[in-house]
Each structure stands twice: as structure tokens, then as C-alpha cells.
Design a protein. Structure first.
Length: 155
């Protein structure tokens, strides 16, 4: 059985071990996190100006063993975009990339939990291959593929 991201080393530990932040930076971010329930540590470190999005994504790649992809450089077919409803894509910040047979490749800014993966599999009828990218890449892709003023994919 594959370990989920939550069963692996904590993102803060990875960032400190790789020398991307100091223990003091981590402690400060964790204090901020206590006052902002629901905020992710990576988001806080970015807001504090300690790290960039790509630094966080790099640590998530290490933590979760998920490959990174630059969505802006990927061509996505309109049929693939239609597999995930716009409301779900925006709410969960997930973008479909490609479908080969019954395998759907998706990208997200943060690791998915097993419950969400099963939900996507149920909705699409596909097995899921996950990739990771930056929050900015996700936002740009969502705006490109799921424009809010249009019911269909905006490719």
C-alpha cells in the first residue's frame, strides 16, 4: 500500500532539512498558522516572503513523490476538460490534463486525499494519475479552461 502525503515527513521538516528555511522561520510560520486556521504552511511561508511557490512545490514533490508539471506548457483537449465539472474543478483546485484509455492525468496545487481521488474516479469513470504544480499555474489553468462567464471549457 502506498503511503499518502500525510504519512510522510512533514513539509516543514523537509524545508528545514533542505536549507530552504531556518527552524526560526518554521516556528514563526507555525505561530501564524495557529491564528489562521485552515491556512497551509506553504501559503504562510510565501506570504511571509520566506519562500516562493516553486520552493513549496519542490518540497511537496519530495514529500509526496508526485511529479511536477507546468500546466501553462501543456495542451489540454476540450473533451478532457469536460470530464471534471467546472464547479468541482474550481472548488478543489484541480485541472484535468490528459486521458489515455481509462487513466486520467490531473494536476493540483496540493496533494489530494484518497477520498477526493475516489470522488474524481467516480465522476470521471477513470483511474487517476496525479501531478503537482504551483497555485498560480492552477489559477491560470482554471481561468483558461473553466471561464466563469462561460458554461463550457474555454480552450
Amino acid at each position: 500500500m502506498t503511503k499518502s502525503c500525510l504519512d510522510r515527513k512533514l513539509i516543514g521538516e523537509i524545508l528545514v532539512e533542505r536549507g530552504l528555511i531556518t527552524q526560526r522561520d518554521l516556528d514563526l510560520a507555525l505561530e501564524h498558522q495557529k491564528t489562521c486556521p485552515g491556512s497551509f504552511l506553504g501559503e504562510i511561508l510565501i506570504r511571509l516572503g520566506v519562500l516562493s511557490e516553486i520552493d513549496i512545490v519542490t518540497a511537496l514533490v519530495v514529500q509526496c513523490n508526485l511529479p511536477y508539471i507546468a500546466v501553462s506548457k501543456h495542451i489540454v483537449d476540450a473533451e478532457v476538460v469536460r470530464l471534471i465539472p467546472a464547479e468541482m474543478a474550481r472548488r478543489e483546485r484541480v485541472v484535468p490534463l490528459d486521458r489515455i484509455g481509462t487513466v486520467l492525468s490531473i494536476v493540483m496545487a496540493g496533494p489530494l486525499n484518497d477520498a477526493f481521488r475516489h470522488k474524481v474516479e467516480e465522476v470521471t469513470g477513470c483511474k487517476i494519475a496525479m501531478f503537482i504544480t504551483t497555485p498560480t499555474e492552477i489559477d491560470n489553468a482554471l481561468n483558461r479552461f473553466y471561464p466563469e462567464n462561460n458554461a463550457g471549457p474555454g480552450l
